[in-house]
Ligand binder design. Structure first.
Ligand SMILES: *[C@@H]1O[C@H](CO)[C@@H](O)[C@H](O)[C@H]1NC(C)=O
Ligand SMILES: *[C@@H]1O[C@H](CO)[C@@H](O)[C@H](O)[C@H]1NC(C)=O
Ligand SMILES: *[C@@H]1O[C@H](CO)[C@@H](O)[C@H](O)[C@H]1NC(C)=O
Ligand SMILES: *[C@@H]1O[C@H](CO)[C@@H](O)[C@H](O)[C@H]1NC(C)=O
Ligand SMILES: *[C@@H]1O[C@H](CO)[C@@H](O)[C@H](O)[C@H]1NC(C)=O
Length: 592
């Protein structure tokens, strides 16, 4: 068992997972371009309706102004009959992460569910030990350790956060971090450089690259694609298994008569070869130092990942959870040789928590610039239905969960399984390390998130928001209008924070006051951010018009420089393509 090389890295995350039915992915919602819309709006909307315009006219949901290329039969799910049946969608849909004051009862409850879930996934034969850790921004929310560290020892205790597990394909995170670091350091010119820029004689056949003409040279196996399962490189070097102990030059020689399985950049195809080749080439040809040495010096030491590495020494084994096959037999600790960058590493829950915090941009020790982190956490490509993830990133697999992007890396190697996952938008992370084989019939990581995410959202929604008043409110206080169509009053609230209220004919009867009143959070000189303090309907329907409140939440107001009297003469809301909201001397009176 596990002797044949092909068995060694049985990433379930790879070909093992049955093809999942992929529902048609939401087409990018027709984001309406508002260029020049104002005019049309004013022409088409009856004057009587203008009073309904909440805030900024541009957020009126307009359909009449566009010529659609195709006339499709309209599906009207909630017109008429279903109107009341459908509960109104409340916003903000994605609450912003804020500092939380723990303990939070609903969060505790959710974590108790996760505890039960993971405890129940322990199986004394096939999955004797499991350690998990939940990270929120710069803190560890919870850690759970279940089962026994050594199933064949009756006296063995449970694992803990410092118990060592093999992390298998989670190792692929590290060549990617190296790529970004070398790029930040200028040693790699571009993430999109072709591999052959750094290796003499790298060629591989790319018959799918150009129809009709067989290209011998490949020019589009780029570094980024190699780290994103998009290079088209085969899974492994031909005639090798994952225990192959060759040299990088031999690998390059073997590739000269090999063939890309897909034209680079066109198809998700899982490749251990791509990550190993990338790692060795960067180390030997760019950094000029052994790959493991580089990772140890530049990442592990820097982040204080003390119990993470490549070489499993006898001393280390006493700290390890004993990995087993599904029949309970201890699995040998295979050494992956040239493929080490793709799957050799071991780590602990505590160490991977540090890595999570770093990737969430919240760890006190820095590794990558914030901008590189943004690039790293952005998905790159939508995969075919038969791939095991919806999208691929660098180096992640990306799926959608409760409306959030979840980036993850799974690893499955003889005796061990592991998942490293992040929900960047919520600053949330979950790491699960297992000695044994993961449950086949359910994904405990996604399941755990379905408890944690709603609890975190609720906590963020209910957290007291800290809003800042301007140093001096006077320049901003007063009455404003947008083209004599909409009118606003800005006042100072009890806490010094500015309040803005819309007024005018009809609006006062039609729109509840709480949705006509917003707070302005002072950010920097003359710039404020719109804040809806409480939950609000994403779309406010008034008669036949609808107004997107969601589009207004979080917008920036940029006030003009102060005049001789020390007053700001007006402001812009560039995010709504709205300019020249100007000050008026006093409250206008409306006739009729
Ligand atoms: C996240 O952690 C960083 C670093 O400690 C901190 O500056 C930031 O305010 C935190 N953000 C939230 C939303 O808690
Ligand atoms: C696990 O326990 C068995 C039985 O006591 C023992 O033979 C083995 O060496 C232990 N393994 C480790 C890694 O501690
Ligand atoms: C590259 O290929 C050429 C011609 O096949 C050969 O002479 C040369 O030694 C190769 N270079 C390396 C570094 O292998
Ligand atoms: C792919 O995305 C769809 C819709 O977002 C989701 O229902 C499905 O479960 C996803 N596939 C996987 C493998 O997560
Ligand atoms: C608004 O109406 C007033 C009074 O009718 C007029 O003087 C002013 O020029 C108008 N402003 C705009 C921006 O249309």
């Amino acid at each position: 068992m596990g002797k044949a090389g092909s068995k060694v890295l049985r990433q379930t995350s790879v070909d093992g997972v049955p093809a999942q039915p992929t529902p048609a992915v939401a087409a990018p919602t027709a984001t309406v371009k508002f260029e020049g819309l104002t005019k049309t709006t004013r022409m088409k909307v009856k004057w009587t309706q203008l009073g309904l315009v909440f805030f900024l006219i541009l957020s009126l949901v307009m359909t009449g102004c566009f010529f659609w290329q195709y006339q499709l039969p309209k599906v009207l799910p909630d017109e008429g009959t279903g109107r009341n049946a459908k509960s109104e969608m409340m916003c903000p849909r994605f609450p912003e992460p804020v500092q939380l004051e723990h303990p939070i009862p609903s969060l505790k409850e959710a974590l108790e569910k996760v505890d039960v879930l993971l405890r129940q996934s322990i199986n004394p034969i096939s999955l004797p030990a499991l350690s998990a850790i939940v990270i929120l921004n710069d803190t560890v929310l919870w850690t759970g350790n279940f089962g026994k560290r050594n199933a064949s020892d009756p006296l063995s205790g449970p694992p803990n956060e410092y118990t060592i597990y093999r992390i298998a394909s989670l190792s692929k995170i590290f060549p990617t971090l190296m790529l970004y670091r070398l790029w930040e350091d200028g040693k790699i010119g571009s993430l999109d450089d072709p591999l052959e820029k750094y290796v003499d004689n790298f060629t591989i056949k790319n018959p799918l690259g150009k129809t009709g003409e067989v290209q011998i040279r490949s020019s589009s196996v780029t570094l980024r694609r190699m780290a994103s399962q998009l290079s088209g490189l085969p899974r492994r070097l031909r005639a090798t298994n994952l225990l192959w102990k060759g040299k990088t030059q031999s690998a390059i020689n073997l590739l000269q008569d090999d063939v890309l399985v897909a034209d680079p950049g066109t198809k998700c195809h899982y490749s251990n070869l791509a990550f190993s080749l990338l790692a060795h080439v960067m180390a030997e040809r760019v950094a000029g130092i052994d790959y493991q040495r580089w990772i140890t010096d530049n990442i592990l030491d820097r982040l204080g990942m003390e119990d993470t590495g490549f070489d499993i020494t006898p001393g280390l084994q006493t700290q390890m959870a004993v990995g087993v096959y599904s029949n309970g037999k201890p699995a040998p600790l295979y050494d992956l040789g040239w493929y080490r960058p793709s799957g050799q590493m071991f780590s602990t829950a505590a160490d991977l928590a540090k890595l999570s915090m770093m990737l969430l941009g919240a760890y006190h020790r820095k590794l990558l610039e914030p901008d590189s982190l943004k690039i790293m956490l952005t998905p790159l490509f939508r995969c075919d239905k038969d791939y095991f993830a919806n999208r691929t990133g660098t180096p992640w697999e990306v799926n959608e969960l409760m409306g959030y992007e979840m980036v993850r890396k799974d690893g499955d190697l003889d005796g061990y399984s592991a998942t490293f996952s992040l929900v960047p938008r919520l600053k949330l992370g979950l790491v699960v390390l297992m000695a044994g084989s993961r449950l086949q019939n359910q994904d405990v990581v996604s399941k755990a998130y379905t408890s944690i995410i709603p609890a975190i959202e609720k906590a963020f929604r209910e957290a007291k928001r800290v809003l800042f008043p301007p140093p001096n409110p006077e320049p901003y206080v007063g009455f404003f209008t947008y083209s004599n169509i909409t009118f606003y009053e800005i006042k100072v609230g009890a806490d010094g924070v500015l309040i803005m209220q819309q007024f005018g004919p009809q609006i006062e009867e039609l729109i509840p006051e709480k949705y006509r009143t917003i707070k302005l959070n002072y950010l920097v000189d003359r710039v404020f951010r719109v804040v809806f303090e409480k939950e609000y309907p994403c779309v406010l329907r008034v008669g036949s018009a609808s107004v997107s409140l969601e589009a207004q939440d979080g917008q920036l107001f940029n006030f003009y420089t102060f005049d001789k009297r020390g007053l700001s003469p007006g402001f812009d809301a560039p995010g709504l393509n709205t300019y020249n909201v100007v000050r008026i001397a006093h409250r206008p009176s409306f006739s009729s």
